[in-house]
Design a binder for this molecule. Structure first.
Ligand SMILES: [Zn+2]
Length: 248
């Protein structure tokens, strides 16, 4: 499919396919990894009947976004969110990603006339989506779910640079997730302020893809932010270390 693009408000749409961590991958019973000889990405589709989409899906994520092929879509508006204040949260090492799950209602994302409620955020190192073939050090995925169960993810791709305030906020807890056998470990962290999340973005790539980890479920609405925020090198490496310390 050809990508779509739009600019009166600089919203961009890509009709392709990509991937992220599932809403409940912390509880995923079937072990998988990124590089394992038996359960790495090439084998995900065979690990479980429920993972078939990983192998045979038509709209799988992540994707390499070719910016010259993106089509401007003037019907898309800005990504509007109403995240509000601080909310109780739990930091989780799922084995594949480090994430923060919010307890209860913390606000919504509105896009294409539909409301998606913010559920959790997590980081990938390196970023899963590529821009014109370039691999970036890290990405933050902000995961939302609608009342009908459909999922919308906003991906912010990070480059190396100055400190990210959100990572600084949770840094004290990250060390507690390091070490062997930490998959599934959860730490309640009290109130986490949603002000650290970017809001009402006017420029993004849009396409319909999938979860990027098993079960690779499709029909995920992706918004990929091409304005690269920054992440400190040490933080990116820590996420990598924490992920790798988990037992898949
Ligand atoms: Zn993800």
């Amino acid at each position: 499919m050809n990508p779509q693009f739009c600019t009166s408000i600089l919203a961009i749409a890509l009709l392709l396919g990509v991937a992220f961590a599932t809403l409940d991958d912390a509880h995923n019973a079937v072990p998988f990894s990124y590089n394992g000889e038996l359960n790495g990405t090439k084998h995900w589709g065979k690990l479980s009947p429920s993972f078939q989409a990983c192998e045979s899906g038509n709209h799988q994520s992540p994707v390499n976004i070719i910016t010259s092929q993106a089509l401007l879509n003037k019907t898309l508006g800005p990504l509007y969110t109403n995240y509000s204040g601080a909310a109780d949260a739990t930091i989780i090492n799922s084995g594949s990603v480090i994430g923060v799950h919010f307890e209860g209602y913390v606000g919504d994302l509105w896009t294409e006339g539909k409301k998606y409620s913010l559920k959790q955020i997590h980081w990938h190192t390196p970023a899963e989506h590529q821009i014109d073939g370039k691999i970036y050090p890290a990405a933050l995925h902000v995961v939302h779910e609608a009342d009908d169960g459909s999922v919308a993810v906003v991906a912010s791709i990070f480059n190396y640079g100055r400190q990210d305030p959100l990572i600084q906020e949770i840094k004290p807890y990250l060390n507690k997730l390091a070490g062997p056998n930490t998959k599934g470990n959860k730490i309640p962290i009290g109130k986490l302020d949603t002000k650290y999340l970017r809001q009402n973005t006017q420029r993004y790539y849009r396409y319909r893809g999938s979860l990027t980890t098993p079960p690779c479920t499709e029909a995920v609405l992706w918004s990929v932010l091409p304005e690269f925020p920054e992440i400190i090198t040490s933080a990116s490496k820590k996420f990598q270390i924490y992920r790798n310390s988990s037992v898949f």
